[in-house]
Design a protein around this ligand. Structure first.
Ligand code: FO1
Length: 302
């Protein structure tokens, strides 16, 4: 089995590429972007992976359902409700279903598994934890949830620090730990190291388990040269004093990482990473299309 530690938009390309090659995948998804809105439990990273593997993802936006409309949201706005987070009409169905099941007492793991099966997805999609864990961003405008920072405030405020609220009481999902123990290879997707992978590896049981099998852990650098492949990664990295380069990411992951895949164009950085005891491989890590996604997934399996 191949385990992939994944966030949302940045991770889907690799997850999709891997799913095109093998069904024996367990995606351990970040949950700290999750947020309660309009009485519904929103799980952006789990849903982005789910919609992507079901062939339903709006690829242009990188989230939500393709061809979705926002009439429900418009109606909410007319009633004076907040509408900065755009839940689409089709997307809302999954939110109502999930929230209902959670209120009946089902765990997020159970619900996510039920949803992926009903959408015909073979890969397992496992929340990193069933407990509450939220990424909070301390900015010059105060402390706010990651979605408030990124979507409502459009990522504009300057970031002072990033923290994971609930971490002391959050336990790693049992299913995630079992998957890690069974895995032939554990892949860290090219995702935001602080806000997507960070909350997964902050869970002490997950970090401990993957540290035990370092030689199986392979990360794809989310950074080429000095530019993040996508999202607000650089702002968070700067605030958390993680150097903006593949070397900085390797250092951040160094206690559990066996191999780092970097771009061929970053070959000059390989020796610095190797000095940390991390093997370095170089290839083309940009994924512009399906062919690239599958090529990189194949490379990771080799
Ligand atoms: N991102 C936005 O930039 N604007 C939105 O209105 C928005 C709505 C949304 C709805 C459902 C969902 O699953 C994701 C959504 N996202 C939206 C993406 C999300 O905010 C982030 O990209 C992830 O949390 C980062 O991984």
């Amino acid at each position: 089995m191949i385990v992939i530690l994944a966030g949302g938009t940045g991770s889907v390309k690799l997850v999709r590429g891997m799913a095109a090659i093998t069904d024996d995948i367990a995606v351990i998804s970040n949950v700290s972007d999750n947020i309660w809105l309009h009485g519904l439990y929103v799980c952006p990273d789990i849903d982005t992976i789910t919609y992507s593997l079901a062939g339903m993802l709006d690829k242009k936006k990188g989230w939500g359902v393709s061809g979705d409309t926002f009439s429900g949201l418009e109606q909410m706005k007319k009633m004076g409700q907040e509408s900065w987070f755009r839940l689409g009409d089709k997307d809302i169905a999954l939110h109502i279903f999930r929230t209902e099941l959670l209120k009946e007492g089902k765990s997020l793991s159970d619900v996510s598994d039920m949803v992926r099966r009903r959408l015909g997805i073979k890969a397992q999609i496992i929340p990193a934890t069933d407990d509450s864990l939220q990424t909070m961003v301390l900015t010059d405008k105060g402390k706010m949830h990651l979605q408030e920072f990124w979507v409502r405030e459009k990522g504009k405020p300057s970031v002072k620090s990033v923290s994971f609220e609930g971490l002391e009481n959050a336990k790693a999902s049992r299913i995630a730990i079992d998957a890690i123990r069974k895995a032939e290879r554990i892949i860290v997707a090219p995702a935001n190291p602080i806000s997507s992978i960070g909350p997964i590896i902050a869970l002490s049981e997950i970090r401990k388990e993957i540290s035990k099998v370092k030689q199986k852990v392979v990360a794809v650098s989310p950074i080429i040269g000095r530019s993040a492949v996508s999202g607000p990664a650089l702002k968070y990295m700067k605030a958390m004093e993680v150097e903006n380069s593949p070397v900085g990411v390797a250092r951040y992951y160094s206690d559990f990482l066996g191999t780092m895949i970097i771009s061929k164009t970053d070959s000059r950085m390989a020796s610095q990473i190797e000095k940390m005891g991390i093997r370095t491989l170089q290839t083309n890590i940009m994924m512009h299309n399906r062919k690239d996604e599958i090529r990189l997934a194949r490379y990771l399996l080799k």
